[in-house]
Design a protein around this ligand. Structure first.
Ligand SMILES: Nc1nc2c(ncn2[C@@H]2O[C@H](COP(=O)(O)OP(=O)(O)OP(=O)(O)O)[C@@H](O)[C@H]2O)c(=O)[nH]1
Ligand SMILES: [Zn+2]
Length: 362
């Protein structure tokens, strides 16, 4: 039907549905399941889901490692729910907040055999919705029928795969002049992705010529550092130092990428901070929550630079992964410009961890 939502639009809906606590229907070939994010489940919804079928819990292998649950599918663990499992049990499996105070007791009944692809898709969607990567799945015999009957969003994984593999196309919505402390000649560009995801911004200083390498910074959003002046990281000082250098040179471009918390969202970053107060470092905290060290998609930065007409950069960074990613996306990094500012007694250990575990240059 002409007005029916495309797969990209249905994926955007699915992310919204999961945040609301609504199930989505995932399907591949002749297999299908209802999937709902543990974080957004209510007792009533859990009871309703149990009426439909036998629930399974999907967790990432990272979260399973902390719980000492068996992983039979590489990156994914599938667990049967104990018969007396309530929402409290599910939440404790998903959220490591109380792991130390009230450790979850196994042994867990970990499922093997069959395909984990629906489970993996559910966790990818939960991550994309900035929820904890934990989902309850209920297998159903006819996915299309279940979706139609209950008015739920249906995602066919064959249809979704190519869309999920490619970076969303970005459109510039608007740009306007913005004098800032660093430069009178500032201009903010707002970019909106076609897939209904986060908007990203470019702050252009002066009028950098497109045929020469531009002084560039890929800055990932950090509400706590950029806005609140957090002493736990170096983001705020890095943001201001990068803009100041562009102001001094009279030209540059800072991409402000809305990838809060290295792509896990602010709520999950605050969960990570809470774990850091229990003694875990920045990488361990991400893993205990079920995330990888860094969930950002740096392709966004490269595609925005290209869209603005830049093909070569002098990149302000201490992160070699950003350089490798730019190069792999066809942006030439002619020089790495170090950005070492904002070390505090409170962030010294954080910066040392990034150097030791994530390869940041000191
Ligand atoms: N998950 C998580 N994210 C954090 C933590 N501390 C800071 N962040 C986020 O990390 C990101 C900082 O990224 P960038 O400023 O691009 O820094 P970087 O990857 O270290 O690289 P460069 O600064 O370019 O050297 C921001 O999105 C912050 O919100 C933390 O402890 N946990
Ligand atoms: Zn920060």
């Amino acid at each position: 039907m002409p007005l029916s939502p495309s797969i990209v639009e249905r994926l955007a809906r699915a992310r919204g549905d999961l945040r609301l606590g609504l199930p989505v229907v995932l399907k591949i070939n002749d297999r299908a399941a209802l999937a709902v994010a543990v974080e957004a489940l209510t007792p009533q919804r859990l009871a309703d889901l149990r009426q439909i079928g036998v629930p399974e819990l999907a967790l990432t292998a990272r979260r399973a490692a902390t719980l000492k649950a068996q992983v039979y599918d590489g990156d994914i663990a599938r667990l049967a729910l104990p018969t007396d499992a309530d929402l409290g049990w599910l939440r404790a499996m998903a959220d490591p907040a109380d792991d130390l105070r009230v450790p979850m007791k196994g042994p867990f009944l970990c499922l093997r055999g069959g395909e984990p692809d629906l489970h993996r898709a559910a966790l990818d969607l939960a991550k994309a919705a900035h929820l904890l990567p934990a989902a309850v799945l209920i297998p159903v015999t006819d996915g299309a029928e279940a979706a139609a009957l209950m008015n739920l969003t249906l995602i066919d994984l064959h249809e979704a795969a190519p869309e999920l593999a490619r970076a969303a196309t970005m459109h510039e919505v608007v740009s306007a002049r913005l004098p800032i402390i660093a430069s009178d000649a500032g201009r903010v560009h707002v970019f909106r992705p076609e897939d209904g995801g986060e908007e990203h911004y470019a702050i252009e200083i002066g009028q950098p010529p497109r045929d020469q390498p531009v002084l560039a910074r890929l800055h990932s959003a950090c509400f706590t550092g950029d806005v609140l002046g957090s002493l736990k990281c170096d983001c705020g000082p890095q943001l201001r130092a990068a803009l100041a250098q562009m102001g001094e040179e009279g030209a540059g471009v800072l991409l402000y990428l809305n990838q809060e918390g290295r792509g896990i969202g602010l709520a999950n970053k605050m969960r990570a901070y809470s774990l850091q107060d229990q003694g875990f470092d920045t990488v361990e905290a991400n893993h205990r929550l079920g995330f990888e060290d860094d969930e950002r998609d740096f392709r966004v930065g490269a595609s925005l630079l290209r869209r603005m007409g830049f093909g070569a950069v002098r990149l302000l960074t201490n992160n070699p992964r950003k350089i490798a990613m730019m190069e792999s996306q066809g942006i030439t990094v002619v020089e790495r410009v170090p950005l070492k500012v904002g070390e505090t007694p409170q962030n010294r250990a954080y910066l040392a961890t990034k150097a030791r575990k994530s390869g940041h240059l000191l």
